[in-house]
Design a protein around this ligand. Structure first.
Ligand SMILES: [Mg+2]
Length: 200
């Protein structure tokens, strides 16, 4: 483990841990882990890193699933993760619609701030992994130390969207497993060909 390995890893859910869907993930039957994500979560747990999920779930406000159903889905997800040797420390979700203008929906920073308060986190020592521009923008806004965009989920279009905003993640990884390997040992992971470093 290198000296600057972060203590906390924030993860988006859809498109990072599991397959995203334009129709929303409304039940456990629709939830499918992306290849390598369980192994990535195991590696984080093995190294004792605090892993916190921050996920926009407007499907709740859209009445596609209830809070109880979302929490039951998360419990089943966590059970599978634990079976594979991983562990998610906590899950923060935003159940609101974009137009509700809540403080928690990414790119707003409410979920990260709540997690930081609850666990006394040093955000500058944290890293966030996401597949959408709003994940990276949220992390930057919350002064999370490092950001990684994965090319699963919305990652490819997010890379273009962020470049147009001149916002460059610290690293771009093929998927969560590659992102976690970079977190654990940045030197061991060559950057993908079009990966961009953050602007000075
Ligand atoms: Mg996502």
């Amino acid at each position: 483990m290198t000296l600057d390995t972060p203590k906390t890893v924030f993860l988006d859910r859809d498109g990072v841990i599991n397959q995203d869907s334009p129709d929303y993930i409304k039940s456990w039957e629709e939830f499918a882990f992306l290849p390598g994500s369980l192994e990535a979560l195991r590696l984080l747990n093995e190294r004792g890193l605090c892993t916190i999920l921050v996920t926009n779930q407007s499907a709740v406000a859209r009445r596609m699933l209830t809070i109880a159903e979302l929490e039951s889905l998360h419990q089943r997800m966590q059970d599978k993760i634990v079976d594979a040797g991983g562990r998610i420390t906590d899950i923060f979700y935003c159940p609101h619609l974009p137009e509700e203008k809540c403080k928690c929906r990414k790119p707003r920073t409410g979920m990260i701030e709540r997690a930081a308060d609850k666990y006394g986190l040093e955000l500058a020592q944290s890293v966030l992994v996401g597949d959408s521009a709003k994940d990276i923008l949220c992390a930057r806004q919350a002064a999370v130390g490092r950001t990684i965009l994965v090319r699963t989920g919305n990652g490819l279009s997010a890379e273009i969207e962020l470049a147009a905003l001149k916002v460059f993640p610290d690293h771009v990884a093929a998927d969560l497993l590659a992102a976690v390997r970079w977190i654990i040992d940045p030197q061991s992971q060559a950057r993908p060909p079009s990966g961009r470093k953050r602007n000075p």
